[in-house]
Design a protein around this ligand. Structure first.
Ligand code: AMP
Ligand code: GLY
Length: 427
């Protein structure tokens, strides 16, 4: 791109999503040094940074002449890291504190959707237990109970019956999700297949990324508790070109107009969680960041320069960007610790990553740690995202699972059916 020169980069976060972002950024001729706060062992060339608050990170960016800061997780965006960087004239990708409420407060997001006519399930917000329970008695089940605020993906209960719904409402008001539970949304239960549409948005232009789908439940066949995501693939065949056009017209462009009309500062990634219902696509939620593990599968297919795209987003010059994608599908299988999403052990030695890479997989680190003796050990619930790209979904699945079979630690768990919906369609 004209006038853009090599820049040192600060990346914030420690998960598989951030490893994928870092991996893609390092391919760019525009990437100088990569500083990673706090980072993980996935990219040995990245320089670990201890700064952990928005202020410390801004100080670091200032003193190290960082040309581009990219934030993976939502919490710091909701705290206002973008506001702080902007005050200091530092280039950063993301929405400001107020716009980050699109993810940080489900009530704020619902009001935004209603104001700007974005299709979504009907919902009511309650601040009192009694009125929530009374409403529940009126409308019955199935219904979705959502704690209003960041609850690390755990504040949502899709209740098939009234008892489950009542219990979820009670536990929100009893503080199961901390402050996030002091307001509760009761939302119409939508039926259909889900997809994730991520897009770059600089407040003037919006560019969708390749579609994807994640697998939130812990066990095969979409059973068991919700997790941060056990795997993902891109593209999501349920998002046909026709449906994508509908999503653009009814969701992405109205989102952009809404940002403009409300005067929100949004130069980052908008993630629309969408249910493909019989009445067309409807929004389940907004996130204001890259998805994890969707990003691992999506970026594995990006042929364009990610540093250029993100810097242009931050500069408000997204209209100059064009993204190119590989037609080959990509699949990411998450390897997790025994017991995840509940309690799990840490510190177990991991073997076989080199072999999986030699078999053609990208192995993105999430919860890993390099011990002082150099041994790589497990250090979180989701440990690795084994990602493969191939000419067909079936081949990509086979290649990813071939990689998975070469990696081992005691008690490793993973789903065997990642991308099953796409495979069923390919038949
Ligand atoms: P959220 O954090 O709002 O994305 O909710 C997490 C998950 O709960 C979503 O990915 C859906 O699987 C499910 N969910 C959320 N809202 C609804 C809804 N209105 N109807 C059906 N399922 C939902
Ligand atoms: N994979 C879901 C999320 O990133 O929120």
């Amino acid at each position: 791109m004209d006038g853009m020169s090599k820049m040192d980069i600060l990346l914030v976060g420690a998960g598989g999503r951030e490893h994928a972002i870092a991996w893609k950024m390092m391919q760019s001729p525009l990437a100088g040094k990569l500083y990673w706060a706090p980072g993980n062992p996935g990219i040995p060339q990245a320089i670990p940074v201890a700064a952990s608050t928005p202020r410390e990170l801004a100080d670091f960016a200032e003193s190290h002449g960082i040309g581009l800061t990219m934030v993976g997780p939502e919490a710091m965006l909701c705290e206002g890291i973008v506001d702080l960087f902007r005050e200091r004239g530092l280039r950063i990708v993301g929405p400001d504190r107020k716009a980050a409420q699109l993810e940080g407060s489900k009530a704020f997001a619902k009001e935004f959707m209603a104001r700007h006519g974005l299709p979504t399930g009907k919902a009511q917000v309650f601040t009192e237990r009694e009125s929530a329970l009374k409403y529940l008695d009126q409308v019955g089940a199935p219904i979705v109970v959502k704690a209003d605020g960041l609850a690390a993906g755990k504040g949502v209960v899709v209740a098939a019956d009234r008892e489950t719904a009542r219990a979820a409402v009670e536990s929100c008001f009893e503080g199961a999700f901390g402050k996030a539970g002091s307001r509760v949304l009761l939302e119409e239960c939508l039926e259909g297949e889900e997809a994730s549409i991520l897009a770059l948005c600089d407040g003037k232009t919006i560019i969708p990324l390749a579609s994807s789908q994640d697998h939130k439940r812990a066990y095969d066949g979409d059973r068991g508790p919700n997790t941060g995501g056990m795997g993902a693939y891109s593209p999501a065949p349920v998002v046909t070109p026709e449906r994508m056009e509908t999503i653009r017209q009814r969701i992405l462009l109205p989102f952009l107009r809404g940002v403009q009309e409300d005067g929100l500062y949004f130069r980052g990634i908008i993630y629309a969680g969408i249910m493909m219902t019989q009445d067309g696509p409807k929004l389940l939620e907004f996130n204001v960041r890259f998805g994890d593990p969707e990003t691992q599968a999506v970026l594995a297919r990006l042929d364009s320069d990610l540093v250029e795209a993100l810097a242009s987003t931050a500069d408000g010059r997204l209209s100059e960007v064009k993204l190119e994608w590989s037609p080959d599908p990509a699949v990411c299988v998450v390897m997790a610790s025994q017991g995840y999403p509940g309690a799990y052990p840490k510190g177990l030695p991991i073997q076989g990553i080199d072999q999986a890479e030699a078999a053609g997989c990208l192995v993105f680190h999430a919860g890993t740690r390099r011990r002082e003796d150099g041994v790589l050990v497990t250090h979180g619930g989701r440990v690795l995202g084994v990602t493969a790209r191939a000419a067909t979904v079936r081949q990509a699945v086979e290649k990813a699972y071939q990689g998975v079979s070469l990696i081992h630690w005691d008690g490793v768990e993973y789903r065997r059916d990642i991308a099953y919906r796409a495979l069923n369609r390919e038949k």
